[in-house]
Design a protein around this ligand. Structure first.
Ligand SMILES: Cc1cc2nc3c(=O)[nH]c(=O)nc-3n(C[C@H](O)[C@H](O)[C@H](O)COP(=O)(O)OP(=O)(O)OC[C@H]3O[C@@H](n4cnc5c(N)ncnc54)[C@H](O)[C@@H]3O)c2cc1C
Ligand code: SF4
Length: 531
């Protein structure tokens, strides 16, 4: 009799005879690619074990589309493994992953278990506890979903270990975009200067392909709506790829139609344009449906075949072998203490608009909408609008980190924590970034068309009609001059603040006080105790 919400799984996978099993390979929801596992182990045809954990799903109010993506991808992958001739056990537990594993261990007393080091800290610690108590029953495999060996690099993590140094080393190691003399292709390591174009009026990004839910995904959507009713967002309109083939098709579309213009418009934002020329592939890289090497190889071959310019291909490669890998190394070096990091000591709860999307600020509306709808936005809305606003409104960085973690489809702790507590909020005090991402409305106006449609005025500096980013930014510089007093443009900002008249400073303080006092906050402190 099929279990409710598991009818397709139960019909398509036969029940394994657990007591007789000798080798079981436990595959986590973010390790969905057999080519990452050792051939030698796979040749022995171990039973493949997948676990759905209700406790993990409930540990944060994860976006319903994220839960749908994670569970549906895992179910499709489990069925695809069975079609390749593997025996599969698909287990649902009320507990966490270790509880699920223990339940199967009890039913398979003869089995030896293999698992790959989990990318996320809590799951890793849980499996380590289990392994500690049953060391003879476990073999741990190194995590091969990343291109750099974190153990080799993590000792270097400090304020002096900049991404650029690491990235150049990775370029040399991989040979991506390197010429025969060992020099960077195109004569430069970095084409960022060419990659800061605003989207011209009337131009839009190509339509991103949508994948209609099949019967398996539809069943997962029903489960999510039934069992996680109060979570963020909705399952309605779910159209993400959930199989390897669909993810490959989505990647094809990116390479064909978006990569050539990825570079020039990498930092652009525009009303109603949520993906522009970005890949929207992070969710598949982060659960294994796609591998970083295959995307890099494809991008490099597009450059070599003259199908995409160097500034786009270099920009894309930099994100993957540079930022993505560097972020993972930072996570390995800084956990678990960094979870407590809060350089400025901000204690305010998340602004309520992060849950409702309701605000008069056009930029915030536009940057929150795709997150509420789809659990996605590209890098610049995450950094320069949402994190910027959180910083300027003195929001507790831990709450922002949790929000990014549950609201985004591509978020796993190893990637979201460094990006929020390191890169965007400066909570770590400057290990990852040299200053917090804080900026006035002019930056947003320069990179988008939002201000043309806003009820606030970008040209007004203080008062009820003025753009809140304008006065909140100076209020921030005035309160924390030390973080802006380094060098270059930042120190220029401190001296500009110092040159403002007392009256101007008073107006800035007053406008900020009024705005911050009236800002509605959302209390989600109950979340995140056990993730
Ligand atoms: C506050 C904040 C939170 C973020 N949270 C996440 C997250 O939870 N998950 C996540 O994958 N990325 C996160 N990022 C990084 C980046 O914004 C996303 O990877 C990117 O926007 C995903 O969209 P895309 O696939 O269209 O990316 P593209 O612009 O097409 O970039 C290509 C790929 O490069 C990788 N990449 C680029 N920048 C980063 C980075 N800083 N860290 C890690 N990988 C990177 C991603 O895998 C991405 O798919 C965050 C950034 C910020 C500032
Ligand atoms: S005017 Fe200010 S609040 Fe309005 S869209 Fe522009 S930056 Fe955002």
């Amino acid at each position: 009799m099929p279990r409710p919400f598991y009818q397709h799984i139960d019909r398509q996978l036969s029940k394994p005879d657990l007591p007789s099993k000798k080798h079981i390979l436990f595959i986590l929801h973010d390790q969905l690619n057999l080519s990452a596992f050792p051939d030698e182990l796979l040749r022995r045809k171990p039973l493949l074990l997948f676990v759905e954990s209700a406790e993990k799903g409930n540990s944060l109010p994860y976006h319903k589309k994220k839960l749908t993506y994670v569970l549906s991808s895992q179910r499709h992958f489990a069925i695809a493994c069975a079609e390749q001739g593997y025996e599969v056990c698909y287990h649902a537990t009320k507990g966490h992953y270790d509880d699920g594993l223990q339940e199967i261990m009890d039913q398979a007393p003869q089995a030896h278990f293999h698992f790959m080091t989990p990318s996320e800290w809590s799951t890793r610690q849980r499996l380590y506890q289990l392994k500690k108590h049953h060391s003879e029953r476990f073999t741990e495999l190194p995590n091969t979903f990343f291109m750099a060996d974190a153990d080799q690099w993590k000792g270097k993590v400090s304020a002096n270990f900049v991404m650029e140094t690491f990235y150049r080393e990775m370029r040399q190691q991989t040979g991506y975009l390197m010429d025969d003399q060992g020099k960077p292709a195109g004569g430069e390591w970095n084409f960022d200067e060419l990659n800061r174009k605003k989207l011209p009026k009337g131009k839009s990004g190509p339509q991103v392909p949508e994948f209609q839910p099949d019967a398996i995904t539809s069943e997962v959507m029903e489960l999510v709506e039934d069992q996680f009713p109060d979570h963020f967002g909705s399952t309605e309109g779910f159209s993400y790829p959930v199989t390897r083939q669909q993810a490959l098709d989505a990647a094809d579309h990116f390479f064909q139609y978006r990569l050539p213009e990825f570079g020039p418009y990498e930092d652009a934002m525009a009303a109603g344009e949520y993906t522009l020329f970005h890949s929207k592939l992070s969710l598949h890289l982060n659960n294994g449906l796609l591998l970083p090497e295959e995307l890099c190889n494809r991008a490099v071959s597009m450059y070599e075949d003259g199908l995409a310019p160097i500034q786009s291909v270099e920009g894309f490669i930099r994100q993957i072998i540079g930022w993505r890998e560097y972020i993972k190394i930072y996570y390995e070096a800084m956990m678990p203490e960094v979870r407590e990091a809060n350089h400025f000591g901000f204690t305010e709860s998340l602004p309520e608009m992060f849950w409702t999307g309701k605000t008069d600020m056009k930029c915030m509306q536009e940057c929150l909408k795709p997150v509420l709808d789809d659990g996605y936005s590209h890098h610049i809305p995450r950094l320069m609008v949402l994190s910027n606003f959180s910083n300027l409104t003195r929001t507790n960085p831990y709450q922002l980190f949790l929000w990014f973690w549950y609201a985004y489809v591509d978020a796993y702790e190893w990637v979201v924590l460094p990006n929020v507590l390191g890169m965007s909020t400066y909570a770590d005090g400057g290990v990852l970034a040299s200053k917090p991402y804080a900026a006035g409305g002019n930056y947003i106006n320069k990179m988008s068309d939002y201000c043309n449609h806003c009820s606030y005025s970008i040209s007004k500096k203080t008062g009820d009609q003025a753009c809140p980013f304008n006065y909140l930014y100076w209020n921030f510089v005035g309160d924390f001059p030390e973080v802006f007093s380094g060098s270059g443009r930042s120190s220029f900002m401190t001296s500009m603040w110092n040159k403002k008249s007392d009256e101007e400073k008073h107006q800035i303080r007053e406008s900020s006080r009024k705005f911050l006092d009236s800002l509605k906050r959302y209390d989600d402190t109950e979340f995140g105790e056990e993730v």
